[in-house]
Design a protein around this ligand. Structure first.
Ligand SMILES: [Zn+2]
Length: 137
């Protein structure tokens, strides 16, 4: 139980709406109202123009796999051992931003760069986390 709690996020002023969105199975991205830049992770200022005029925008949660790695060793000691093995992914969302996450699903070991993926919310205790699974058409 403690192992799971250690991997959960600690929401801050700038990230709380994002994590609340995840709990509603909604992937929210920040969008700048001055320059239209859409970005992830949530910040209080636009990384492109510095504006504070930001809105939340719901993502369709679809993207293309930019890169991945299979992780079989806990880099954080015993706390993370319950999570091994897992697959870390960088996803280029169709909305623009690149997002770091995990890949889940039965075909996780057959993943390849360029695969289409979609967000899949996985619940741990009181928080859903935005992971991805491969879309096979
Ligand atoms: Zn901006």
């Amino acid at each position: 139980m403690e192992d799971i709690l250690a991997i959960l996020p600690s929401p801050t002023k700038e990230t709380a709406p994002f994590w609340e969105g995840c709990n509603r199975s909604e992937l929210l991205l920040r969008a700048c109202e001055d320059c239209a830049q859409v970005f992830y992770y949530p910040r209080l200022y636009c990384p492109k123009c510095g504006s504070e005029k930001l809105a939340w925008r719901a993502s369709a949660g679809r993207g293309t796999l930019y890169s991945f790695t299979h992780v079989g060793v806990s880099f954080y000691g015993p706390t993370w051992e319950s999570q091994i093995p897992y697959t870390l992914v960088l996803v280029d969302l169709d909305d623009g931003p690149r997002m770091l996450s995990r890949l889940v699903g039965p075909d996780r070991d057959k993943v390849k760069i360029g695969d289409r993926v979609r967000v899949e919310f996985v619940e741990f205790e009181t928080q859903k986390l935005p992971y991805f699974s491969i879309v096979r058409e």
